[in-house]
Design a protein around this ligand. Structure first.
Ligand SMILES: C[S@@+](CC[C@H](N)C(=O)[O-])C[C@H]1O[C@@H](n2cnc3c(N)ncnc32)[C@H](O)[C@@H]1O
Length: 449
């Protein structure tokens, strides 16, 4: 977060320190969603601010080279500022961009990506980047974790705390969750946390976490259900502390015509529509490479989860190598491949850390790796030095990097570029509207063929 630029200060001190009240003009948003302003040579980070806002803020925390402040008053709103649609906004820590209209959110995210590449990767991607297409900006999430407060009124954590803000509903979740499921959860014996996953077609899975003492009473609730009836309409499974108590311990998600079994402990993308858009886009890029005659015969799905890319893209390749360190995800991936006409017989799943698996000589011959198309979709920390090195040892011809953190993406991209790769496509996806999370796709090509 420490931005080292030291432009001239903007704004003036309104009151002498230590009250710390200052007036600043927000220049832009930075990763994490805070507004960035400058004051007396220092960077000022301000949550819930919009680009070009003139705001009076109070400094809350001083660090070497930067301060953190909160908005007291908006003196001049920046373009794109709007009244947040959700009544819990500002209290609940789930969203941090609702004060910007969706178009300005997308623009701010594209600017953050360009900025990260410039600062972290020393790359100018302003011409390369294509912004995201508008997607549904509310009701798009397929998963939520709610926490209970002392009176069993479920909610999300207050910004920057572990205090629960009780919710009447979450605007990012589908209506079915807000209208039916949340009310039903409130009738259950009190729990500490509840995760609800939805398949987008009316089915949902609930994982309840709480004191083991509650298991007995949960069992009684289940036993009292009329024979053959779900605990609530659409419920496909109920787990308590990961122990299946009723129904399945998985959901079937359908994306781009492919069926994915996703267990209660496996990762799956949180926005069905934009995941489908991403698959469409990657397919388009692969077909362009195929038409150019530069596509290899093998797909590496290198942080495969339940096999999202393996199933959806298998028809474009002769062989698929899928790798993930999570045994639960791999179990689902194997199952999904077994049931997929496109992937069955072509795709193999390897469970373990990427570096260890890719070092296996019998996985694929070097010549096949060399010409392969590899998708990497790591967690927020990115590939890092070791991950980049692992990939440089097999040197795929094409690398598709799906990233949920533009700063780590820019860092890793620069390492690939320094090792002879060229950035060919860069796209921001509208995966997480109303929040500062940024999902990006980057296609890299080895310049020496
Ligand atoms: C963002 S998820 C992507 C999953 C999948 N591509 C999808 O879209 O559903 C990241 C995945 O990376 C896996 N992972 C994390 N570190 C890993 C490592 N060192 N080696 C292999 N897989 C790893 C996690 O288990 C997780 O399934």
């Amino acid at each position: 977060m420490n931005d080292k630029q030291t432009d001239k200060p903007v704004g003036k001190i309104l009151q002498p320190e230590p009250s710390g009240m200052i007036e600043v003009r927000i220049e832009k948003l930075v990763t994490g969603g805070d507004g960035l302003a400058r004051h007396e040579g220092q960077a000022v980070f301000v949550p819930l601010a919009a680009p070009q806002d003139l705001v009076r803020v109070t400094v809350k925390e001083r660090r070497k080279g930067f301060v953190r402040a909160t908005v007291d008053e908006i003196l001049e709103p920046g373009p794109g500022r709007q009244d947040p649609p959700c009544p819990h906004y500002g209290q609940c820590g789930g969203c941090d961009l609702q004060h910007l209209d969706p178009e300005h959110q997308r623009q701010a995210k594209a600017d953050i990506v360009v900025d990260c590449f410039k600062r972290v990767g020393k790359m100018d991607v302003s011409e390369l980047l294509t912004g995201s297409a508008a997607a549904a900006d509310m009701g798009y999430r397929n998963r939520i974790r709610v926490f209970s407060n002392p009176v069993n009124h479920y909610g999300l954590m207050r910004r920057g705390t572990h205090e629960v803000v009780p919710l009447d509903g979450c605007a990012l979740m589908p209506e079915q969750f807000n209208r039916d499921i949340l009310n039903w959860l409130r009738m259950l014996p009190p729990a500490e946390q509840i995760v609800v996953r939805m398949d987008g077609r009316g089915g949902w899975l609930v994982s309840i976490f709480g004191s083991p003492k509650r298991l007995k009473v949960m069992r009684k609730v289940i036993a009292a259900l009329p024979e053959g009836e779900p605990p609530a309409p659409g419920c496909e499974g109920l787990l308590f502390n990961n122990l299946p108590l009723w129904g399945h311990d998985y959901l079937i998600h359908e994306i781009a015509g492919h069926k994915y079994r996703v267990g209660a402990k496996s990762f799956f993308q949180g926005n069905h529509t934009v995941t489908e858009e991403a698959l469409g886009l990657i397919r388009e890029w692969i077909i362009e490479l195929k038409d150019e005659g530069s596509l290899g015969v093998m797909l590496g799905d290198l942080f495969c989860g339940v096999g999202l890319f393996s199933l959806a893209l298998a028809d474009l390749f002769g062989k698929v190598v899928a790798v993930d360190s999570d045994a639960n995800g791999c179990r689902d991936a194997k199952n999904n491949i077994k049931h997929s006409e496109a992937a069955r017989g072509k795709a193999r799943v390897f469970t373990g850390r990427l570096a260890k698996i890719l070092a296996q000589p019998d996985l694929a011959p070097p010549v096949m790796w060399n010409a392969s198309f590899c998708i990497v979709d790591p967690p927020r920390a990115g590939l890092g030095k070791d991950g980049v090195q692992t990939l440089l040892e097999v040197r795929p011809r094409h690398l598709l990097y799906m990233s949920c953190d533009p700063a780590t993406l820019a860092r890793d991209a620069a390492a690939f570029v320094n090792a002879g790769y060229v950035a060919k496509k860069l796209r921001v996806l509208d995966m997480f509207p109303q929040t500062s999370h940024i999902e990006t796709l980057l296609l890299l090509e080895k310049s020496d063929g």
